[in-house]
Design a protein around this ligand. Structure first.
Ligand code: CA
Ligand code: CA
Length: 367
């Protein structure tokens, strides 16, 4: 009897064994926020000029909860729903992905309809804000496939289009829309991808290499997402743009040549990250932080040294203790802490073994 009890204790201990971890102990993530099922798939992050933090809930895991956007008050730290995003009239759903504030103080977001409709049904929209309150959602960019990471720089909205396959090649695009063309009465219209070479809004096309995942052919419909191109985008202090691709994890720089000109994409690293989601610039350390979604990891590209450094990685977990559960987006708070979104919506071949009931943001205070 005693042996059996000891045996069952050992089994229960093994079942809750802590996941493996890698990276400096000082970088260990802790829990920043747990959400209920209303935010079952957290995604994009943005800060307004007052330091309030915004988070989009794309809610792809359980779309019976509508897509919407939360706000964390910078003064009180309290979270609340900021706005429910407007549904697509055809799909009846809203899937807000990347978000960013414009110079006009309005919140721009990628309305990603790709997983409901692959025929240019996606848009970029803005929530017009007055005195801190949302007034309306309006379409400002149309005819997109999978708009994803958003940034605002030099009077323009920048975003990645994660699917821009054309000419028999897989890849994604980087787009720039000047503020004057972001009009609710006449949205900026992207050209179809087979004409993207003459789309004046398209700054760059980035190719995706097809890589097998645990023996699964990337052209298999189950892993279609691994044919995707650029996901997260951000700029360094000199205005050079960086992006990482979801499909093959490759990391690229698009140099700012001045006068509105940009160099062709330059491959910086093609082996470290297997699947890149969001990225952000670490101004204090002159690095680009990359999420490595499949590896449950964060890496940092050291710009001066020209090399990749591991920030943190951990094994499969639901994230309840603050460890990573498929990191997807990163952003520095005004106090210097790094917030990491755990999207917890795995594709095949990821360390994250399944979407669970614990919906979290992690935080790291980098030394
Ligand atoms: Ca989780
Ligand atoms: Ca999980």
């Amino acid at each position: 009897m005693k042996t059996m009890i000891i045996g069952s204790i050992l089994i229960s201990v093994a079942a809750v064994a802590a996941p493996w971890t890698k990276g400096p102990a000082a970088n260990r993530p802790t829990l920043f926020k747990t959400f209920g099922d209303i935010v079952n798939t957290p995604e994009g992050l943005a800060l307004d000029k007052d330091g309030n933090l915004f988070l989009s809930a794309i809610n792809g895991v359980d779309p019976s909860y509508s897509g919407h956007i939360w706000k964390r008050d910078a003064q009180t730290g309290k979270w609340g729903v900021f706005a429910v995003t407007r549904t697509n009239t055809k799909s009846g759903k809203s899937f807000p992905q990347g978000i960013v504030f414009g110079d006009d103080g309005n919140l721009y977001y990628a309305e990603n309809q790709y997983f409901a409709d692959r025929n240019y049904a996606s848009t970029v929209r803005r929530i017009v804000i007055k005195d801190g309150e949302p007034l309306r959602c309006e379409i400002v960019v149309e005819n997109a496939l999978l708009p994803n990471g958003l940034r605002w720089r030099d009077g323009a909205l920048w975003f990645s289009e994660s699917f821009a396959h054309h000419g028999g090649k897989f890849g994604g695009g980087i787009y720039r829309i000047p503020a004057k063309d972001l009009r609710a009465d006449k949205p900026a219209r992207l050209l179809d991808k087979d004409q993207m070479e003459r789309d004046t809004y398209c700054i760059a096309w980035v190719p995706t290499e097809l890589r097998s995942r645990n023996g699964i052919d990337p052209l298999d419909r189950k892993v279609h997402i691994y044919t995707a191109g650029p996901d997260g985008i951000d700029f360094d202090a000199d205005g050079n743009l960086y992006t990482g691709s979801f499909g093959d994890g490759r990391f690229w720089r698009i140099r700012n040549l001045g006068g509105g000109k940009y160099a062709p994409p330059e491959l910086l690293d093609d082996t470290t990250v297997a699947c890149c989601d969001g990225i952000c610039y670490d101004a204090k350390r002159n690095r680009i932080i990359l999420t490595a979604a499949a590896q449950n990891a964060l890496y940092a590209w050291n710009i001066a040294a020209g090399k990749m450094e591991l920030v943190w990685a951990n094994g499969d977990t639901d994230g309840a203790d603050g460890l990573f559960d498929q990191p997807s987006e990163v952003l520095f708070l005004p106090d210097g802490r790094l917030v990491v979104v755990n999207i917890d919506a795995p594709s095949p071949g990821m360390i994250n073994s399944g979407a669970d009931k614990v919906h979290t943001l992690s935080v790291i205070r980098l030394p």
